[in-house]
Write a protein that binds this ligand. Sequence first.
Ligand SMILES: Nc1nc2c(ncn2[C@@H]2O[C@H](COP(=O)(O)OP(=O)(O)OP(=O)(O)O)[C@@H](O)[C@H]2O)c(=O)[nH]1
Length: 415
Amino acid sequence: MLRLTRLNLQVLSVTMLLTFALIAGASLFAARTLQAQAAVRSAQLLANSLAPTLVFEDKAAAITEVSILSKTSEVRAIRVLNASAMPFVQWPLEEVGAWPAVPAELAGADVFKRRHLKDVEVWVAIKLKGERVGSLYMKESLQAVQLAVLRMVALSALLVALAIWQAGRLLRWVQRRALAPIVELSVLAEQVALSQDYSRRAQVHGPDEVGRLSERFNQMLERVEIGQAELNQRVRLEQQAGQQFEQLAHRDSLTQLPNRLFFQSTLQRHVLQSCQQADLMALMFIDLDNFKAVNDQHGHEVGDAVLREVASRMSKVLRNADVLCRLGGDEFALILPALPNEAVAEQLAQRLIAAVQEPMMMGGHLMPVGATIGLAFCPTEEMDAPHLLRAADAAMYAAKRAGKNTFRRAAHAAQ
Ligand SMILES: Nc1nc2c(ncn2[C@@H]2O[C@H](COP(=O)(O)OP(=O)(O)OP(=O)(O)O)[C@@H](O)[C@H]2O)c(=O)[nH]1
């Protein structure tokens, strides 16, 4: 049951029960008062009838009069006293315990009544032509009327319970209908918070307060959605800018090969991996031959074109995993990870030299460039990046000394 329904029902129940208790109390009081008044009237009528019988001391007639009234089911006792307050007639005829004394209040009044919980006692002065000739005592039970009222109260209680039960059902139904849009809205808010999907919208049920609340909620979602889209766009642009910057920082702008910065970190990583996994790798230090002559004879721009062409030719003979970098000037480095054996690297060095040596025409002139390579292995020859680089560099110089356009292994660098 909804909390609001329960609260409403509690307030309704308390109100109805209070009202019911007040009405029941008032009904009981009114019924008792009416019966007491009726008892007084009956006693007065009887007193009028009894007056002559007292004057003429006609007990038989008095008994007849008394017995007529005694037939009323609520009458419990009747006693008639003469002017000297001596018993004249009574009903029932047998003694019914002690009779109450005539109250002093009757001396100054014609009627006196005393109401108790279960009955009412009435004293009436019996007069004839204004002269008191006796007094009448009558006791009438209030139980029958009280019982009738209690029955009515019980029936009413049943009806009140039924009404509360029915009201509860009605309240629940009405509030479900009235609160459905709010419940819907709160479910949507929860889903949006969990899924971060700000494209969702609440259904607007009508132009009332809840409808306006739904509209405001939708407007808020729309603003958040726009803000989110702008933020995503900004993040994307910043990521792209970051990636571009990263690329620029690691790329040689002339040949588009990875630069020295990239080479250093990559070599470090491969050497570590090679040493840890005893996986053969090689490093080639490549220096172009006669490149200064190209610059000197044909200009710096032709020199740049030669560098690009050499980078392109060498890239074409490499395996996918090999990493060719331009270290600067006419110096290149090549990382060869995961080699099956040393011969593969040596064959590759020869292929690289042959590729660079292929005739290269620039502006109608043959470029006299070649490539000299120093080759070092890890972990068989060196086990850290700086030593491996130094070994490859030394091997390259050995190859230069040996006449260029050739390669030397670090192990044979002295030869
Ligand atoms: N065009 C061009 N030239 C460059 C660039 N960087 C360096 N150089 C030049 O490249 C040349 C390299 O000189 P060296 O390696 O000593 O000359 P080399 O003729 O190759 O000598 P060997 O290696 O002994 O054959 C120098 O003239 C530099 O000025 C560049 O980015 N573009």
